[in-house]
Design a protein around this ligand. Structure first.
Ligand code: GDG
Length: 511
C-alpha cells in the first residue's frame, strides 16, 4: 500500500457484495449499533452519535450503498423516541439509505446477557482464562433469550425476501441456529472477532454443545487466524461428533455444511493516513513531543482498552525493568499509555484498573523527577483524529496482549507512521503478529527479555526503523479487502440446506 493508492476502499466491497449477492438484501446483526440517538441539552433535542469502532464505520458505507437492514441493541437513551412501531429507523439521518432495527435490552439483559454471559464467560474463556469465567445459570438463560430476540428480528426483517445475514461476534453465538431452524433458505455468515480456544479450554463450558451447534448453523464461519479455525473444528469434532474435513475447512452435520475459514481483519488505512497528515497534524506532532518527550529523548505509546487480555501490567513491568537495568533511559524515555475504561461494571476490570494505577504510581514514584514523569496514563477515549497524530508522533508503539484475536492498534500505528521512524513492539500472542513480521516480537510474560527488546528498539538505527515500518506499511491490507474477501468466499459457497433436526433440537428455546 502507498499513501496514494489507499483510497475509495469501500467501492471494491460494494462491487464484491453485488457480484456475490445481486438482488439480495443484506442484513447485518451485531450487539452494538451504528447510530445511537441521545437526548441533547435542550428540551426535546436529539443528537446522533456516529459509528465509533473500525468495523462499524467500515460496514456503514457498504449498507449506505447497497441498502438493507442492520439489527442491533438500541443502547441510546433517545433511541426509542425515534423508531417506528416496528422499532425501525432509517439512517444515516441526513441521507436515509438503510434501516436500523433496534433490539431493546433491559437492565437484567445488560447485566446477564452482555456483562454476564458474553463478557464474564465467553470473553475470558476465549482469551484462555478459564479461571476468570463466571458460570451462572441466569447469565446463560438470558443469553439464550436475547439471542432468540435477535433471531426473531432477523426472521421479521427477512420475511418474504431473499436475504443474506451476517452476524458479528461472540454476543450472538446461538442466533444463527435459531434463524436457520425457521429459514433454511437464508444464507448465513458469522465473524468471530476474538480467539477460539483449544478444546482443553473450551470444554470447560457447560454449554459447549449449544454454542457449537449455534455457530455450525452458519454457511460460513470466519475467524481471525488459522489456529482459531482449527481449534473450532477440533471442538466441533470432539464434542459434537460432527464430520470435519480439514483440507476443505468444513464441518458437516448431516447435510448442512459449515465452511470454517480465517480472514484476518484490518483497518481503514485511508482514514488513519488522512488524520495523521491533515492540516495542522505536523504542528500537533511537535506539540505532543514537546509535552511528553524529554529533550533528545523518545516517546513510547500504548493504546488499549483497559482489559486484562491486553497485558497492561506486563507492559509496565517491562518498562520498570528497562528503567531499573538501563538507568540512562531515565529522563530520556516517556511512556504515554491510553487506557480507555471498559466494562467498568465487572469486578475483574475494576481490579485491573486499580492494579495498573498502582503500578504507574510506583514507577513514577521510583524514577520520576521534578522535570520528568516516566508514565502518563490517559484514562479516557481520545478523538480518532487525535489518536492518529499520537501514533505518528510516537517512536515506539507497544502492544503487550496476553491473547488477542487480532489487535487493530498495531495496524493503526503502522498506517499512521507516515514519517516511517517508529518501531512496533508486538506481543507474539496478538493475532496481528502473524502478519506484521517486521515488528519486534515480544513475550509479555517475560519482563526482562521484553525490557531488553525495548532497549533494542530504542537503539535501532533510523535506517532499520524505516526498513521495518516501510515493509509493514506496504504489506498492510485494508478492512475493505477483508470484507471483499469474505463476500467472495461466501458468494462461492452460498446456498443452504435445512438444519438437521438433531442440531435444531440442541438449541434451547429462548423465551
Ligand atoms: C476486538 C478483539 C480485534 C482505543 N482507544 C481509543 C480508541 N481505541 C480503538 C483503537 C482500535 C480499537 O479501539 C481497539 O481494537 P483492538 O483490535 O485493539 O481491540 P478490541 O477492542 O479488544 O477488539 C481484537 C478486534 O475486535 C477487531 O476484530 O482486533 O483482537 O479483541 O481501533 O483505535 N479509539 C479512539 N480513542 C481512543 O482513545 N477514537
Amino acid at each position: 500500500m502507498t499513501d496514494a493508492e489507499a483510497g475509495g476502499g469501500s467501492r471494491g466491497v460494494v462491487q464484491a457484495f453485488r457480484q456475490a449477492f445481486e438482488g439480495e438484501q443484506l442484513v447485518v446483526v451485531s450487539n452494538r449499533e451504528p447510530y445511537e440517538h441521545r437526548w441533547g441539552e435542550d428540551v426535546g433535542e436529539i443528537r446522533v452519535k456516529r459509528p465509533a469502532g473500525g468495523l462499524t464505520s467500515a460496514l456503514d458505507p457498504l449498507l449506505q450503498a447497497v441498502g438493507g437492514v442492520w439489527i442491533a441493541w438500541g443502547s441510546g437513551d433517545a433511541d426509542a423516541a425515534v423508531v417506528d412501531e416496528e422499532d425501525r429507523v432509517r439512517v444515516p439521518p441526513e441521507e436515509e439509505s438503510y434501516t436500523l432495527r433496534r433490539i431493546w435490552l433491559d437492565q437484567h439483559d445488560v447485566n446477564r446477557y452482555y456483562l454476564g454471559f458474553a463478557n464474564q464467560f465467553l470473553w475470558p474463556l476465549c482469551h484462555y482464562r478459564p479461571a476468570l469465567t463466571r458460570v451462572r445459570s441466569r447469565y446463560w438463560e438470558r443469553y439464550r433469550r436475547v439471542n432468540r430476540r435477535f433471531a426473531d428480528a432477523v426472521l421479521d426483517e427477512t420475511r418474504g425476501t431473499d436475504s443474506v445475514v451476517w452476524f458479528q461476534d461472540y454476543h450472538l453465538a446461538l442466533a444463527p441456529a435459531l434463524v436457520r431452524a425457521r429459514r433454511p433458505d437464508l444464507s448465513l455468515a458469522h465473524f468471530w472477532h476474538i480467539p477460539w480456544p483449544p478444546l482443553e479450554i473450551f470444554e470447560v463450558s457447560p454449554q459447549a454443545e449449544d454454542l457449537l451447534g449455534g455457530l455450525l448453523a452458519n454457511d460460513l464461519l470466519g475467524f481471525q487466524l488459522p489456529s482459531h479455525q482449527e481449534h473450532f473444528l477440533h471442538c466441533a469434532e470432539a464434542l459434537l461428533g460432527v464430520a470435519v474435513d480439514r483440507g476443505a475447512g468444513t464441518a458437516t452435520v448431516d447435510d448442512h455444511v459449515c465452511h470454517v475459514r480465517s480472514f484476518p481483519i484490518s483497518i481503514d488505512i485511508d482514514t488513519f493516513i488522512r488524520d495523521a497528515t491533515a492540516s495542522g497534524a505536523e504542528e500537533s506532532v511537535d506539540r505532543l513531543r514537546e509535552r511528553y518527550c524529554p529533550p533528545g529523548g523518545q516517546l513510547a505509546l500504548g493504546v488499549d482498552r483497559m482489559d486484562y487480555s491486553k497485558g497492561l501490567p506486563e507492559k509496565l513491568k517491562a518498562f520498570d525493568f528497562l528503567w531499573e537495568r538501563y538507568p540512562e533511559y531515565r529522563g530520556r524515555l516517556t511512556l504515554v499509555q491510553v487506557g480507555v475504561p471498559s466494562r467498568t461494571d465487572i469486578e475483574a476490570y475494576d481490579e485491573l484498573t486499580q492494579k495498573v494505577e498502582r503500578l504507574v504510581w510506583e514507577i513514577n514514584d521510583r524514577y520520576g523527577t521534578a522535570e520528568w514523569q516516566p508514565v502518563h496514563l490517559i484514562k479516557q477515549s481520545l478523538p480518532a483524529d487525535r489518536l492518529a497524530v499520537l501514533y505518528r508522533a510516537a517512536d515506539l508503539c507497544v502492544v503487550a496482549s496476553l491473547r488477542d484475536g487480532m489487535n487493530l492498534v498495531a495496524k493503526e500505528f503502522v498506517a499512521s507512521q507516515v514519517d516511517e521512524r517508529g518501531v512496533l513492539l508486538l506481543s507474539r500472542f496478538a493475532g496481528a503478529a502473524a502478519e506484521l513480521r517486521h515488528a519486534i516480537q515480544v513475550n509479555p510474560y517475560d519482563p526482562e527479555d521484553f525490557g531488553r527488546l525495548l532497549r533494542d528498539a530504542l537503539t535501532m538505527p533510523q535506517e532499520e526503523r524505516a526498513r521495518r515500518i516501510g515493509a509493514m506499511r506496504r504489506e498492510l491490507r485494508s478492512i475493505y479487502d477483508w470484507m471483499a474477501e469474505i463476500f467472495e468466499e461466501w458468494g462461492g459457497i452460498r446456498g443452504g440446506a435445512p438444519l438437521p433436526d438433531d442440531l435444531a433440537a440442541a438449541i434451547p428455546d429462548g423465551d
